[in-house]
Design a protein around this ligand. Structure first.
Ligand code: B12
Ligand code: SF4
Ligand code: SF4
Length: 235
């Protein structure tokens, strides 16, 4: 850690505020990372997010969680990440900015050991499917970074692929997600298991089972997904 002091310090500050560092990389033109506000190309991109239920309590203690205004998690993420970036002259980038959407999943695969699963969600060797992205900081300087974790996808070893056979309405097909069927089910009386405990297909993945979100967090995300289907807020 001592050989990458700026990165380690930023990650420690982020952790104190309630966000996990989700890796970093030096973008190339083909990565489609936007430039800084003054047009200077981004030299380093640092990603932030949630892993397992670890950051959830920090969010639930926030004003955004309590104020009953739309998009609490996006507003909280923006406040925290903009504050982390301000002293660095960095630009905050957010997964909810769009459409067109910024390719956060593609960036994530460059920053740490995450891989596209058959569900379309990224799978991590430790956290499984229980993680997400809250934003990124585009930095002007080329920071020294730790080596990227290049462990292979756990899906390579998963012959049974339960994630593809457990959705009660077959909304999940390899590399195709029928969000309308899903939302119809989750919003119906029959869908209360998915609504209250989280997506059954996601829960069936054997990787990172002990890192599953608690019911409160799972339901918050499912309700945000349902609202997104209605009003465009995307989680
Ligand atoms: C639009 C959107 C949706 C839409 C449409 C999703 C779809 N299936 O098409 C809706 C509202 C339906 C949706 C639903 C959900 N979403 Co969504 N969504 C997004 C959003 C805003 C943009 C995605 C996009 O189109 N990107 C543009 C492309 C070009 O980006 P890209 O990185 O270059 O491309 C990657 C993908 O194409 C991926 N990929 C490859 N093959 C496939 C196949 C499928 C089926 C999918 C989905 C992806 C995929 O691989 C590429 C990287 O190598 C992202 C945030 C973001 N900005 O990325 C979140 C995001 C993908 N969603 C996320 C989540 C968690 C969900 C839900 C589980 C909601 C919930 N309850 O929390 C569901 C389930 C989705 C599912 N099973 O796929 C997370 C995923 C985290 C992770 N572990 O990967 C993201 C990253 C948001 C976040 N804040 O972390 N989502
Ligand atoms: S159930 Fe298997 S194939 Fe599906 S995401 Fe988990 S490890 Fe990958
Ligand atoms: S939330 Fe339920 S209905 Fe939607 S994809 Fe997951 S298992 Fe299927």
């Amino acid at each position: 850690m001592s050989e990458v002091p700026e990165f380690s310090l930023l990650c420690a500050t982020a952790a104190g505020a309630g966000l996990a560092c989700r890796g970093a990389f030096h973008p190339e033109a083909s990565d489609d990372v936007p430039p800084l506000r003054d047009g200077v190309p981004t030299a380093t991109l640092v990603l932030f997010g949630f892993v397992r239920g670890e950051q959830w309590p920090a969010f639930t203690r926030s004003n955004e969680f309590a104020d009953r205004q739309p998009g609490p998690l996006d507003r909280w993420s923006r406040r925290l990440i903009d504050a982390l970036g301000a002293p660095l002259g960095a630009r905050g980038l957010y997964p909810s900015d769009g459409p067109p959407w910024l390719p956060f999943q593609r960036w994530a695969t460059k920053a740490e050991a995450v891989h596209v699963s058959p569900l379309g969600l990224l799978v991590h060797p430790d956290w499984g499917l229980w993680h997400s992205y809250r934003g990124a900081l585009a930095l002007r300087e080329r920071w020294q970074l730790p080596a990227v974790d290049r462990r292979p996808s756990p899906c390579d070893e998963c012959a049974a692929q339960p994630c593809l056979s457990t959705c009660p309405v077959d909304a999940v097909q390899p590399q195709r997600f029928n969000h309308r069927s899903c939302a119809l089910h989750v919003g119906s009386d029959d869908g209360s298991d998915c609504l209250h405990a989280g997506c059954r297909a996601r829960r069936s993945c054997p990787v990172g089972q002990r890192h599953r979100y608690g019911d409160h967090q799972a339901e918050f995300h499912m309700r945000a997904f349902l609202r997104g289907a209605e009003d465009g807020e995307r989680r």
